[in-house]
Design a binder for this molecule. Structure first.
Ligand SMILES: [Zn+2]
Length: 199
């Protein structure tokens, strides 16, 4: 999928906004990304799933694991395209785990699919869960890499779009200095912008 088409899909659905945003941390950013806004459209989610499946399929996983909530929809889309099981991990008391009777075969090759990778923390936790369940993570894919290419997961990693996180203290914020009005998106402003998901 070409980058322009991807940006267009994100922008048309409000998933990607450029402007002046206050994050939950109080820091300011010029970019807001909320994958749920593009993935709420099944036709768009399917196109994105196909684009990621092209990379993921090369690693021949027999199951996809999408960490909930952010990886759930896009992970399932990839699984659907590849014709393999679509599982999800979720947090219970803060711990990432595989619940609901999901099982992996010993040595089963698994790909992790995320919406956004920022520090890779939740992805690594998901890989630990897969290992503990007997599976083997053979690849990781994400819609958006917010690490600036810095994330190293120890397995092949592919994202459709690189969108590095740039944040500023309000006192050093160029948009503040330029007098751009401040936006506070969402009920928990900027949760998808600054830090890895905790849900
Ligand atoms: Zn600012």
């Amino acid at each position: 999928m070409r980058e322009e088409a991807l940006l267009k899909a994100f922008q048309e659905t409000g998933a990607l906004k450029r402007g002046h945003f206050e994050l939950s941390s109080g820091l300011h950013s010029g970019v807001y990304f909320q994958s749920a806004l593009v993935l709420q459209h099944p036709d768009r989610a399917e196109v994105l799933g196909r684009a990621l499946a092209r990379f993921v399929g090369e690693h021949a996983p027999r199951a996809i694991v999408g960490p909930a909530l952010g990886g759930l929809i896009i992970g399932w889309e990839v699984a659907s395209v590849l014709g393999v099981r679509g599982l999800f991990t979720e947090r219970k008391d803060g711990e990432m785990c595989l619940r609901r009777g999901f099982r992996l075969e010993p040595g089963e090759p698994v790909a992790v699919v995320e919406d956004v990778v920022t520090t890779g923390k939740s992805t690594r936790e998901t890989m630990d869960v897969i290992r503990a369940a007997g599976g083997e993570t053979v690849a990781v894919a994400a819609l958006v890499d917010r690490s600036g290419g810095a994330v190293d997961l120890g397995v092949p990693f592919h994202s459709l779009l690189s969108l590095p996180v740039e944040t500023h203290e309000p006192s050093a914020c160029p948009e503040c200095r330029a007098g751009v009005p401040l936006d506070k998106p969402g009920s928990r402003p900027g949760e998808a912008v600054l830090k890895p998901r905790e849900d």
